[in-house]
Design a protein around this ligand. Structure first.
Ligand code: UD1
Length: 425
């Protein structure tokens, strides 16, 4: 299994391009299931989670073709055309879903288009129970018959009916699943308490380009007028705001100055605010961001909550920067239970962290020391990379397959910024 070897202590300098957003790409790939016509997605990141989703769609009978910028077939291209005209197997088996919870996003589109779906209950990151009861509740309200048997959700419905949908908590993939299903339902739907994440808006924009009638995406009430069919479209996937935030944190902690291109500050207000509180200077351009780190960061408290508040997917990275900041930071995680697994690994590098329930107290130390640590989930792994860049000596991160799920060309991008990072087999 691959490991990442980091020699810390080098400030970062230079420029990297941010990739397309994983969390936007995954639901967008599933949107292809809603139509018999081809859907082309550009700015597709090369990530293991994307490959898993493409394999899953191919197994269902979707034709998947990676295409180059000029429209020619190419293995290295960052665009894909999906043709679901031959969709004949509306099943998502356990072997596929267990590695990636987002596979549950096929459920809504499959029932809406095929009248039937069999989807394994998800696995994915080990960050809490993460049930899918809200997805099921919503589809049931739209008239689907649902049985949960032998670890599978089996949903059937000749045609879904528009309905008022209310989720008990804000759920991102829940909102996306129900929004996609409602596009082909008979009549009007309203999703209340909808997630306002930019990835939900990106999906809505693509669905609208496919002929869907959606209003209110980006607010907590989304209205959808069902239509009989959707058509093909071409859509550019939005930049990855979590990848952007992760590189900003890497430079904030390691020191130096970096510029990130092909991205936007507009989805990152909460994160940029906190980095400025920590003492970083941030310059915002139309499609780029520059961060200059202070000689020493100041501790910054955070509380995770649904968008537009501070994202849970940036919590681990902020624990890493607080580990070397001046002062004590209080970090509250309100979205997922059990999302502090990176804390014990950071402590192995010399961090001073105390956990009490969903709250972490992080007191910055002047220096961390390299050690062998284990990546436990995607964003936890990112926090270990950041800590490794700061630590004296060598840090060896094991189980980096988590990083390959969500960070495109991580070593190359870090190396372009002057970090001493290498992948070892
Ligand atoms: C998405 C993101 C993930 C991010 C998370 C929160 C994708 C592919 N993944 O995950 O990176 O960390 O949003 O911003 O977009 N819940 C239930 N029942 C449900 C659904 C959710 O109890 O049916 C709970 C979850 O356990 C969690 C909370 O609701 O405590 C929010 O989860 P949710 O927004 O659904 O996360 P995901 O969509 O899986």
């Amino acid at each position: 299994m691959d490991k990442l070897l980091i020699e810390g202590g080098t400030p970062l300098a230079g420029e990297v391009a941010i990739s397309g957003a994983k969390n936007a790409a995954l639901p967008l790939l599933c949107a292809a299931l809603l139509t018999r016509e081809p859907l082309t997605l550009t700015n597709l990141p090369a990530l293991n989670d994307i490959d898993t989703m493409l394999k899953l769609l191919a197994q269902m009978g979707v034709k998947v073709e990676k295409v180059g910028a000029g429209g020619t077939a190419s293995a290295t291209a960052n665009a894909v055309t999906l043709d679901a005209s031959g969709l004949d197997n509306p099943v998502a088996p356990y072997e596929m879903v267990k590695t990636m919870r987002a596979a549950v996003l096929v459920l809504g589109p499959l029932v809406a288009r095929c009248g039937e779906a069999r989807v394994s209950l998800p696995g994915g990151c080990a960050i809490g129970a993460r049930p899918v009861d809200q997805h099921i509740k919503g589809l049931t309200a739209m008239g689907a018959e649902i049985a949960v048997e032998q670890g599978y959700v089996h949903a059937t419905s000749p045609r879904l009916k528009g309905a008022r949908l209310f989720t008990d908590m804000v759920t991102v993939t829940g909102t996306e699943n129900l929004m996609m299903a409602a596009c082909l339902a008979d009549g009007d739907s309203v999703i209340e308490n909808a997630a306002r994440e930019p990835e939900v808006v990106d999906l809505a924009n693509c669905l609208i380009a496919m002929g869907a009638r959606i209003s209110g995406a980006g607010t907590d009430v989304i209205r959808i007028q069902g239509v009989a069919r959707l058509h093909g479209a071409t859509h550019r996937i939005m930049p990855d705001r979590i990848e952007t935030g992760t590189y900003l944190c890497a430079a904030a902690a390691a020191g130096g100055q970096i510029r990130l291109t092909h991205t936007s500050a507009s989805y990152l207000d909460a994160v940029i605010d906190k980095l400025m509180d920590a003492g970083c200077a941030i310059a915002i351009e139309h499609n780029a961001l520059t961060l200059k780190a202070p000689p020493r960061l100041k501790a910054v408290g955070i509380r995770t909550a649904p968008y537009p508040a501070f994202p849970t997917d940036m919590q681990a990275q902020f624990m890493a920067i607080n580990a070397v900041a001046d002062g004590t930071a209080v970090i509250r995680e309100t979205i997922f239970e059990n999302r502090f697994m990176h804390a014990v690994e950071l402590i192995r590098l010399g961090a001073d962290i105390r956990i009490d329930g969903n709250t972490a107290f992080v007191t910055g130390v002047p220096k961390l020391d390299g050690a062998t640590v284990m990546a436990t989930d995607l964003r936890a792994s990112a926090s270990l990379v950041i800590a490794g860049l700061v630590a004296r000596g060598e840090t060896l991160i094991e189980r980096i397959y988590h990083l390959d799920r969500g960070y495109e060309n991580l070593e190359q991008k870090l190396a372009a910024l002057g970090a001493r990072v290498k992948r070892v087999k």
